[in-house]
Design a protein around this ligand. Structure first.
Ligand SMILES: Cc1ncc(COP(=O)(O)O)c(C=O)c1O
Length: 384
């Protein structure tokens, strides 16, 4: 169980707002801010030199990323956002003209546009029709042809919190010989992941949401087997092993790293990497399974209220298997803008997505935050 009172002390925003918008952007904890601040103070005094410690920090990040993905350390790397890992997949998988990629028609654009870029190379991209906002596994199975090579899908859908059944999907991908790519940003850090068990080939997650890190930080997973089949879409001078020895930079004979690190790109955003290191260590110390239990427990309270108030209609799937740390609901008369504004005025931050109010509960939220949200919902229902 989380010690939420202790956690809240690290997040100054909790003194003011009931923040339920981590699915857009996670807040930074004070220690994450402090390590960045200290770094910039040093940089301001020209104190940034070889930055050798940063390589240890990055090792720790890969280790923590591996814990979050449920993979081995050498299968996890630092990327800058989700888009980084999706592009690694789209342009690194061994695809040829005539091959087909399957996506859902309700994916976040970060998992669509990189694939659409493949059309220029003669690769067909098909968006499968959703069923009530959810991925339709039957349609997926029926749509696979001898040309189909890839399924790329979100772990958790951004606008309704639907957690996809990656066990079943991964099994189908394995049986039908498809590459399986996962956009994990809306789950990683809040919902346990088991990429090996799910037969995922590549997964990508920006860390700016549930991993409470600065924008411009991300992690990716690439399976060992996949690494061997990839045609690397890019190469970097930091993708080879220098053993922290910068005395022979004109030696171009160094082989690329065999780990996921071979796909990392050039000089790192050091301040952000330091904050990311703090945040991932923090999340893994709390444990993603406990974070999930906490988040779902808070949303249970909201569900109990919404189910008994006819003015509201839950638009998320409540099947346990498909629940996540995101819950969405709509109002009887459709327009959610006034309610969203009313919530904001009361210091309750949510998001509007596809006609629903989106509530994202995370480790710093407590029962008081949920009560504050419900109090506004009661007022709005009464006044409607
Ligand atoms: C499902 C999903 N994928 C990706 C992103 C963002 O992609 P990136 O981290 O590349 O900016 C978001 C939200 O911003 C998202 O909800």
């Amino acid at each position: 169980m989380l010690n939420v009172a202790a956690v809240r002390k690290l997040f100054p925003h909790t003194r003011k707002t009931a923040y339920f918008n981590t699915a857009s952007n996670g807040p930074l904890a004070t220690p994450a801010y402090q390590v960045m601040d200290a770094h910039y103070q040093t940089a301001r005094m020209a104190g940034i030199g070889g930055q050798m410690e940063l390589f240890d920090t990055l090792d720790r990040i890969r280790k923590n990323a591996a814990t979050i993905f449920g993979c081995r350390e050498d299968e996890a790397g630092f990327g800058f956002n989700t888009t980084f890992g999706i592009n690694l997949a789209a342009f690194g998988l061994p695809l040829k003209p005539g091959d087909e990629v399957l996506l859902s028609d309700v994916e976040f654009p970060a998992n669509v546009y990189p694939w659409l870029g493949l059309r220029q190379r003669g690769i067909k991209v098909t968006l499968l029709k959703n069923k009530n906002g959810c991925f339709d596994i039957d349609l997926f199975e029926q749509s696979i042809t001898h040309r189909t090579r890839v399924l790329s899908l979100s772990f958790v859908q951004f606008f309704n919190g639907y957690k996809n059944d990656l066990t079943t999907l991964g099994k189908i991908c394995r049986e039908r010989n498809l590459f399986f790519v996962v956009d994990a940003i809306q789950g990683a850090g809040a919902e346990p992941m088991q990429v090996h068990k799910w037969n995922v080939d590549i997964a990508a997650a920006g860390c700016q949401k549930w991993m409470l890190s600065p924008q411009g930080t991300g992690i990716f997973y690439i399976s060992d087997a996949m690494k061997k089949r990839m045609i690397a879409p890019w190469r970097s001078w930091l993708g080879v092993d220098w053993q922290c020895n910068w005395s022979n930079l004109l030696d171009f004979s160094r082989p690329f790293e065999s780990s996921a690190r071979q796909y990392e790109l050039g000089t790192y955003p050091a301040a952000h990497v330091l904050a990311l290191d703090w945040a991932l260590t923090f999340i893994n110390k709390l444990g993603v399974a406990d974070i999930q239990a906490h988040n779902h427990g808070l949303l249970d309270r909201l569900i109990a209220y919404l189910e008994n108030e006819p003015y509201y209609r839950i638009t998320s799937c409540l099947d346990k298997k498909h629940r996540s740390s995101i819950l969405t609901f709509a109002t009887a008369h459709g327009d959610i803008k006034p309610l969203h504004q009313q919530l904001l005025k009361a210091g309750v931050v949510t998001a509007m997505r596809e006609g629903s109010v989106r509530v994202a509960a995370h480790l710093f939220n407590n029962a008081r935050d949920i009560n504050r949200l419900i109090a506004v919902l009661k007022q709005a229902a009464k006044g409607a």
